[in-house]
Design a protein around this ligand. Sequence first.
Ligand code: PLP
Length: 381
Amino acid sequence: MNPPPADFIPFNRSSLQGRELEYIFQTITIGQIAGDQTFSRKCHQLLESTLGVKKALVTTSCTHALEMSAILLGIEAGDEVIVPSFTFVSTPNAFVMRGAKPVFCDVRSDTLNLDESKLEALITPRTKAIVPVHYAGVACEMDAILAIAAKHGVPVVEDNAHGLFGKYKGRWLGTLGCMATQSFHETKNITCGEGGALLINDSKYAERAEIIREKGTNRARFFRGQVDKYSWVDVGSSYVMSDVLAAFLYAQLDVWQVIQKRRQQLWERYQAELADWCVANGIRQPVVPEHCEQAWHMYYLLLPSLEKRQALIAHLKARNIYAVFHYLPLHLSEYGSRFGGRPGDCPVTEDLSDRLLRLPFFNSMTDAQQSEVIAAVKAFA
Ligand SMILES: *Cc1c(COP(=O)(O)O)cnc(C)c1O
């Protein structure tokens, strides 16, 4: 494979927001490169005070935060967990690792979020969790989802990998379920390369979350002076983020408004400048309901067909612009279909997964780069 040309426009590129290297240097000079030290605590405090969650814990990834939520909810073999079919594999996989069966729900054709009108029919006595994903950082219909969940006594975990700093009816995403998970993977708005967080809204999970995250020990209580030795008290794993990464992360989290503002500008420019072209070509732009303040996570288009989508990807690639698609329907995937998924189970997911295209969208994208992408898209016939 030839390397990309120097002036190519990637789909995503990570960038420094300012103080990352200075903070990383500090962790080394003060001798705090393991986890849960100065910079991890700064991240926790920032997330807790900004969002108003009971507890925030940075983790090695969003996948691991989802695994922690599965342990905290006591997921066991034979349990069922409802997830959208249109999501990243980790949403179900974290629960499948505990022996659960994923039950795939279709998505709404407007926001591509879990379709709340199809949710209740999927609930059985074995349903132990519902895990909605706020796709592209636009909120799911949480009032309806939470009402159905409460009626059946099923906890809701928000997979908020796309939605940090977005809102639903004025409330922060990540504060609506009993727990929520964040991703700081390099493809997300705010990043440290690989990382995540577990947000806890129901304080009954807070202490056990610390223990599970610290290899099943009460080390966190020990360091707070609440117990005089620390020992093995529960199951657990190594989900603590290194403070070297937390330093990088804090440098980005601390300027979250700057990051979000720039992404808003980029998103709104795509939306405005592609509007007429989309109408003329039968292409659908993203829909953001009035009551949702989106998190500006991605800019996607829905092409009329798979052939058109593939042709636009090739057209852009020929101009050194890298656009991508994602989320093959999980219920039809090699592994997901073992749980009984068949074509036709989630018709909206099956249809849109063939037609969705994501345009280059990253914090350091310049106006000139975006002009090039917009011009190239509009030159596609
Ligand atoms: C990125 C992503 C994840 C996984 O995040 P990691 O931090 O890479 O584990 C999970 N769910 C969704 C919806 C994602 O987009």
